[in-house]
Write a new protein. Structure first.
Length: 364
């Protein structure tokens, strides 16, 4: 029997969502229905809504979420009714070439669930799930493989951030960059993911740890989460970073904005032989240029980082250990708690570069 829930439905690019009834079918083979407890509003959702990332319409976006399993489809194993779980928006198939190379974050089938409609409006119009999850709704349907059990001792609402921001930030530092204690680092962009990168770098022992953002208002939060220095982004940022790192530049730079000029700033802020890790999602039309000489002479590594370059099944419990120990503060990254009706304004805050993470609380 189908279930009707309230959802934030996006109808086209750059248009605000409408809160509409959404009809969810019964879970199919291998699927589960999850009653949502909370969902984070991520910049990748903004990238889907504005056309930076491809998306079919109408759609329910939202991919950073946590909830309770309330229905099972046929052939579901290892998942129990009533289990609290974190959504994994890129579930690995465990069988493709990338998965067999121990690179599940690059799984060739991770986003298959986003390619076909998963629900409908009350008039029968098919609706797609952004990144296959559709977390901006009171309930959603996902593959059972897209669930990671909620670790013990973690606040069920703040745990939503484990599904993207915290996991991506942790993985960027520990998996992609493999940052070692005593190495210097600069984090450019202090949204939800950037604040997670900042905390993960502090936990890894980065020193100095420089935070950069266009908003001066983020300085207090950045310092409270571990930044030793804070810079307001401008054309001289790379020179200021060098001045704070012995004139050489940082050992590691993390770009968490997704814009070509910020990638260049990260590159110019890094020492010879250093590493630039691009975490932000940018546009396919936004080109970054390097000369052949500088690539040779600087000896730097420029790398991307998809979903923390790791495995959520393995890494979420590791991140949870840091949360339980008080080292990684999930709640501190949440600057706005909102209802489903607050999603449009949360997207406007992201466009203006304001705040950290907005968190949708269902049933609050």
């Amino acid at each position: 029997m189908s279930t009707t829930v309230r959802a934030a439905v996006f109808h086209t690019t750059d248009a605000p969502p409408e809160i509409r009834p959404l009809v969810l079918p019964d879970p199919g083979p291998g699927q589960v229905r999850v009653r949502m407890a909370a969902a984070g509003v991520c910049h990748s959702d903004l990238s889907l809504s504005d056309g930076t990332l491809a998306q079919s319409w109408p759609a329910v976006l939202g991919h950073e979420g946590v909830g309770t399993v309330e229905a099972l489809g046929p052939d579901v194993e290892g998942v129990a009714l009533g289990r609290q779980a974190i959504l994994n928006w890129a579930p690995a198939c465990r069988a493709c070439w990338f998965c067999r190379q121990d690179e599940p974050h690059l799984c060739a089938h991770a986003l298959d669930g986003a390619l076909t409609p998963y629900a409908a409006l009350t008039d029968g119009t098919p609706v797609y799930a952004g990144l296959g999850t559709g977390a901006f709704a009171e309930a959603t349907i996902v593959p059972a493989t897209a669930l990671v059990p909620l670790p013990d001792g973690i606040d069920p609402a703040a745990a939503a951030l484990l599904g993207c921001a915290a996991l991506t930030g942790w993985g960027a530092v520990h998996n992609a960059a493999a940052l070692r204690r005593g190495r210097s680092a600069v984090v450019l962009g202090l949204g939800g993911v950037g604040l997670s990168v900042l905390q993960a770098a502090r936990i890894a022992g980065a020193d100095p740890l420089i935070a950069v953002d266009v908003s001066p208002e983020k300085e207090e939060l950045a310092r409270s989460l571990g930044a030793t220095d804070f810079l307001v982004a401008d054309g001289s940022t790379h020179r200021a970073v060098r001045a704070l790192t012995g004139g050489r530049g940082a050992d590691h730079a993390f770009e968490v904005v997704g814009r070509s000029e910020v990638v260049r700033t990260a590159w110019n802020s890094t020492r010879r032989g250093g590493t630039v890790t691009v975490v932000g999602v940018g546009s396919a039309e936004d080109r970054v240029s390097f000369s052949a000489l500088e690539l040779f002479h600087q000896g730097r590594t420029l790398q991307g980082c998809v979903y923390g370059s790791g495995d959520p099944d393995r890494d979420i419990p590791l991140v949870a250990e840091a949360v339980r120990a008080g080292d990684l503060r999930l709640s501190a990254m949440v600057t706005d708690e909102i209802s489903l009706e607050g999603v449009p304004e949360a997207f406007e805050r992201m466009r203006r570069g304001r705040g950290g993470r907005s968190l949708v609380r269902f049933g609050a």
